[in-house]
Design a protein around this ligand. Sequence first.
Ligand SMILES: Cc1cc2nc3c(=O)[nH]c(=O)nc-3n(C[C@H](O)[C@H](O)[C@H](O)COP(=O)(O)OP(=O)(O)OC[C@H]3O[C@@H](n4cnc5c(N)ncnc54)[C@H](O)[C@@H]3O)c2cc1C
Length: 384
Amino acid sequence: MGIMNHEAAVSGAKKIADKVLAPAARQNDKDARFSSDGVDELGRAGLLGLLLPATVGGSGLGPRSFAAVTTVLAEVDASVAMVYLMHICATATIASARPDAAVAQTLEDIAAGRHLSTLAFSESGSRSHFWAPISRAQRNGTGVRITARKSWVTSAGHAQSYVVSSLAPEGKAPTDSTLYLVPADLRGLSVAGPWDGLGLRANASAPMMLDDCEIPPEFQLTNEGEGFQAMLNASLPLFNLGAAAVALGLCRAAVAATASHLKSARFEHLGQSLGESLPTLRAQLGAMQIDTDGLSTRIDDLADHLERPRDTTMLRVLETKAAAGEIAIGVTSAAMRACGGAAFSKHTSIERLFRDAHAGAVMAPTSDVLRELISRMILGMPLF
Ligand SMILES: Cc1cc2nc3c(=O)[nH]c(=O)nc-3n(C[C@H](O)[C@H](O)[C@H](O)COP(=O)(O)OP(=O)(O)OC[C@H]3O[C@@H](n4cnc5c(N)ncnc54)[C@H](O)[C@@H]3O)c2cc1C
């Protein structure tokens, strides 16, 4: 797989978005069908290894490129963009594994475009508090055995591997977790139910069960009890950036779909389009555009903070996802209102954008938790 620069990555994503994702997005949403074709194309284009170093065959690009690619995908299919985001977060976690973890082949397969991964953190027992798994790994010779009920796993049943959290065998605190790489074919791992969400219907975010899975020591990604630190350092910044990028793609699509409707739908008795006729609708479209560009600026700012970390970086990581979740709901809700019964009756793509936009705020860390963490930071209180 050749090395790509930023522009090639974004134009590659755009081609896939236009040719593969856009024609199928509506039906995949309706049928809750996972876009294997889309993921295969992302692999062929070298986008699955976007952030991996050239030494394993990746392109060595950074957070800014990841955000731009994710936004382009989300403009046409937020489900695929979320699958991509989870994969990139899992890949970053695998790539930062402790030195004795056996991850070289997995990273090469990812860079070669033949391996999709994802995060399996949330558990039924601790719900959105993904930092506190209920399951606890049990010692099994030099490895461990894990039984865990993972409540939502994007790409469940479609990924080639899962980055799984579980309390360390001797962990004392609720956050003393360890992360493991679990191959899809490991005995005891299964999809535990269907995925029939309100939105992001095509991303297979089903529950998964680990039933006494035997995990050899070489698949332990972090030192014992250091899973939480890896979540904070490797997964969280990219997850929050990527979630904001998905929100931005949804907002851009909502602005474009609203503009198109306001230009094409007409009051024939007045001889004007909706947009020509109603200043209130123009005002709503203007407000949607302002919020969308504001989110874009926030994402650029977060990418800059991740490229050049400084004191305010963690604050920006938390703020950007919190803001993005609310902006996406606000902009797509305004689009629903501006496009009236036509949007409500699914004559446009707006109701899908509206449903998809509601996932971001409830995906952990949820908007509520982010606001709580931000205020704790400002008050100088411990975060967890
Ligand atoms: C489409 C989708 C894909 C997902 N994919 C993955 C995945 O790939 N991997 C994964 O690990 N998880 C995944 N999740 C799970 C996700 O990250 C959350 O864990 C899940 O959405 C939480 O839902 P819940 O009902 O358990 O929330 P609950 O924990 O029951 O929260 C209910 C409400 O309480 C609020 N709340 C919770 N705690 C606090 C607090 N301390 N302060 C203030 N308010 C609080 C929440 O914001 C929420 O509004 C996915 C979820 C969705 C919807």
